[in-house]
Structures are given as structure tokens and as C-alpha cells.
Design a protein around this ligand. Structure first.
Ligand code: SF4
Length: 437
């Protein structure tokens, strides 16, 4: 080990947790800490955990155990930190447990157990901070917490009510990222459409102009950076309609990640979903009228307590009508502490799994047909990776990690982060194959 205090870091969980990890790492580097990718060279290890579903809890607890066995000095942060007793019951030797979005508490714990050098090498930190994503795209978190109380979710109990970052702060971060070469910004939060409501949509000054801390205004300002801007976790509220013209004009990506979760208004009410009473099919039709190329990604839960066969079939009909492009689906599973656990009429496990399989088969045909429609089109794609056989890119319709890819055979001369024009030649149900034009 060198004289420089060195921290090992494990980052688990969703993009929001990743953004927290980046903030912690940036702060540590700015204070002169070195970051090590392995346990042996680290003086202590920080584990940023996830507590969303039981499998994530198990993975987090295992990672803490591994870090303790390999290094011995472990600080735990992140969503699972809200369940300190559970962590300590399994791993009593952890030095400190802090919760999600607890930058100051984690840094204080690191200071306590591994004091920083007196003179931090602030110049070691690039102005855009430390990013865990590849250099050409970055997640930008615009708020923390959530004002909703969906009955299957415990995020508000872990992360609290919505706290938006003032718009100028977000825009300056976005600008720094663009200047550092980032080509795509992925806007994340628990509820992007609610952005700024907690701040009364306060107006701030950005580049000599007034900008409101508000969903539309943020999207319009980000559009001025000249890079791809992708919106995640948007709910189908009427005011979301306002950003669709920005998509039609090519200012932000024609892409909405909009978790509908179900089509039955009764189930949506049982779930206490935001915008549960909206007519989503009408809304989707209206969006497509304004922006025919819009890509819609969504997630659903089948087998929610009380879901009848008729309601499930209604969900399949919704999929047929809605013609969504990318869809994820989960069989409902109770999360410790969620109020939905107390709802009557749980759906038997075998029925849940059968519905999940029917759902996936139904949507697979829709996704494949929609992708097929793009064969023959010429579009701009962003190169993510160059391998021996060619380049792997993404189109405007594909978010990293969760959507499809575009394979460009033989294009090994391209560089990561290039935007190139391709013609799509072939498609399956997830991915596209293309050649350069
Ligand atoms: S909107 Fe619902 S599911 Fe999403 S974080 Fe808030 S409470 Fe959880």
C-alpha cells in the first residue's frame, strides 16, 4: 500500500445509485484519496448498496461480506443502508452504515476511519467529476426521492420525499459534461416529470437567461447543448405533452421511458400509481401524431394482488393497441415493508409466472415488428464500442444497458463516441444490423 490513503469502491444498483457513487468518488478524489479497483490495495472499502428487490438485497449483503473477508474495513452506504439492523445482524464488523444519497455521512465516515492527506491533490479531479459510465455518455440526476407512495415500492421510505436540484446547478453540470466530450445525457430521477414541484418551479439564471426549475424548461435548456438528451422515469401527466414537440424538432431524443406498470385503472389505483386516471392510450396516440418517430419504453408488473384473468387480458389488449417499442415486465414479488403486501387476493406464483410468460411472448412479437419497420431507414447512431468484428452502436431509440444495439460489421476504424450515419439492414426482436452510408 502507498502513503496515499486508498479507498476501494463497489457500486451496486440503479443509475440513481451510480450517480451517488460518482459524487462520492469525486469528493474523495478531490480530497486526495486514491481509488483502487481491488481490495488488496485499498485501506478500506465503501459498498454502495441497493435494496430495491430481495435479489438486490442478497447481492448487496454478499458484496459486503466479500469486502469484509478480502479487506476487513467496510463502510456501507446506499438504499440498503436504511435497514442497518439487518446489515449488522449479518455483518457486525462493518465500520459504518449510512443511507442513500448521504454524501456527507459517507465522507465523514471515511475521514473517521481513514483520514485524508493534509494537502489534497485537487488537480487530480477533472472538472466534470469522476464518471463510472464510459466517457461518451453520462447519467445526470435531477432530483432525489419521490412524493408518490406506490404501494409496491419502498423507495420513498428509503430516500424521502422529492428534493429537486435547482435548474442552474443541473445545467452547469450538464454543460461541463458536454465540454468534457459527453455525447449523450441520460436524465434520471425517481419521477422526472415532477421535477421542480418542491421548489415551486423557482426561476434561476443560466447563461444570462431566466430558466424555471421545471420539466419542460429543463428539457428545452438541455436541448441547447447540442448533444443527445434522453428522458427516463417520466409519468404520463398532461404536462409531459409539452416536450413532445421538442422531440419532433430533433432537439431532444424522441424517446420516453415511461413506466406504466399496468393498464387496468383498478389495479393502477391499488398500486397508487401517479397519473393513474389518465387515458394512456389516447395520450400515446396524441404523442405519435406530433412525433411519429417517438420510441416508447415502459415496464409492467403482472400478478399484482387481486389481478384477475380479465384484467390481465386487458393488459395484453393495451399492449396490442399501444404498440410500445421496448418493454420490461416483472412478476409481482412482495418487497419487505411495502404496503401492497397487505392487499387481499395474492395471485398464486404459478399463475404469476404463466402471465409473465404470456406477456413476454405477446410483447416480443410487437417489439420485433416495430424494429422490422426500421429496416431500410437511414439514421444517426452513437458508437459505444469497437471490437474485432466491427462497431457496436446505439440508435436514438436505444438507451444504454436496457435497450438494443446496432451492429456495424467491419467498421473497425470508428471511435467510441462517434456519431455516424447508417442504413439498417436487418433486425431481430432487440437489435439491428447496419452498414455505414
Ligand atoms: S413513483 Fe412510485 S415506484 Fe417510483 S419511486 Fe415513487 S413511489 Fe416508488
Amino acid at each position: 500500500m502507498s502513503n496515499i490513503p486508498t479507498v476501494g469502491f463497489i457500486s451496486l444498483g440503479c443509475p440513481k445509485a451510480l450517480v451517488d457513487s460518482e459524487k462520492i468518488l469525486t469528493q474523495l478524489r478531490s480530497e486526495g484519496y486514491s481509488i483502487s479497483p481491488n481490495y488488496q490495495e485499498a485501506d478500506l472499502v465503501v459498498v454502495n448498496t441497493c435494496g430495491f428487490i430481495d435479489a438486490a438485497v442478497a447481492e448487496s449483503l454478499d458484496s459486503i461480506g466479500e469486502a469484509l473477508a478480502e479487506n476487513g474495513k467496510v463502510i456501507v452506504t446506499g438504499c440498503l443502508g436504511a435497514r442497518e439492523a439487518e446489515i449488522r445482524a449479518r455483518h457486525p464488523a462493518v465500520l459504518k452504515v449510512t443511507g442513500a444519497h448521504a454524501l456527507e455521512a459517507v465522507i465523514a465516515a471515511v475521514h473517521e476511519h481513514l483520514p485524508p492527506l493534509h494537502d489534497p491533490f485537487t488537480s487530480l479531479v477533472p472538472p466534470q467529476g469522476i464518471k463510472l459510465t464510459p466517457k461518451h455518455y453520462a447519467y445526470i440526476k435531477i432530483s432525489e426521492g419521490c412524493n408518490h407512495r406506490c404501494t409496491f415500492c419502498i423507495i420513498p421510505s428509503m430516500r424521502g420525499d422529492l428534493v429537486s436540484r435547482p435548474v442552474a446547478e443541473v445545467l452547469y453540470e450538464a454543460e461541463r459534461l458536454a465540454q468534457a466530450g459527453v455525447k449523450e445525457l441520460l436524465v434520471v430521477s425517481q419521477d422526472t416529470s415532477a421535477y421542480g414541484v418542491d421548489l415551486g418551479y423557482v426561476t434561476q439564471n443560466w447563461c444570462g437567461k431566466p430558466v424555471k426549475t421545471r420539466f419542460f424548461d429543463l428539457a428545452a435548456a438541455l436541448a441547447e447543448l447540442g448533444i443527445w438528451v434522453r428522458l427516463h422515469y417520466v409519468y404520463p401527466y398532461p404536462h409531459v405533452d409539452e416536450v413532445i414537440p421538442l422531440m419532433a424538432e430533433g432537439k431532444i431524443l424522441p424517446y420516453l421511458d415511461i413506466p406504466f406498470q399496468h393498464a387496468s385503472s383498478r389495479i393502477l389505483r391499488l398500486m397508487k400509481r401517479p397519473a393513474a386516471s389518465e387515458n394512456n392510450l389516447e395520450r400515446i396516440k396524441a404523442w405519435r401524431k406530433v412525433c411519429p418517430s417517438i420510441t416508447l419504453r415502459s415496464t409492467f408488473i403482472v400478478g399484482f394482488p387481486g389481478e384477475t384473468e380479465q384484467e390481465f387480458v386487458g393488459l395484453l389488449d393495451f399492449l396490442t393497441e399501444a404498440q410500445l417499442d421496448r418493454v420490461g415486465c416483472f412478476a409481482y414479488s412482495p418487497v419487505k415493508g411495502a404496503t401492497a403486501n397487505g392487499l387481499p387476493d395474492p395471485v398464486p406464483e404459478a399463475v404469476k409466472q404463466e402471465r409473465l410468460a404470456r406477456f413476454m411472448a405477446h410483447q416480443a412479437d410487437i417489439s420485433a415488428a416495430r424494429l422490422q419497420q426500421r429496416v431500410g431507414r437511414v439514421e444517426t447512431v452513437l458508437v459505444d464500442e469497437v471490437v474485432a468484428e466491427g462497431a457496436v452502436a446505439r440508435s436514438r431509440a436505444d438507451a444504454p444497458e436496457i435497450d438494443g444495439q446496432v451492429f456495424i460489421d467491419g467498421a473497425t476504424h470508428l471511435n467510441v463516441g462517434d456519431w455516424v450515419q447508417v442504413e439498417f439492414e436487418e433486425a431481430d426482436e432487440h437489435d439491428l444490423w447496419a452498414h455505414l452510408v
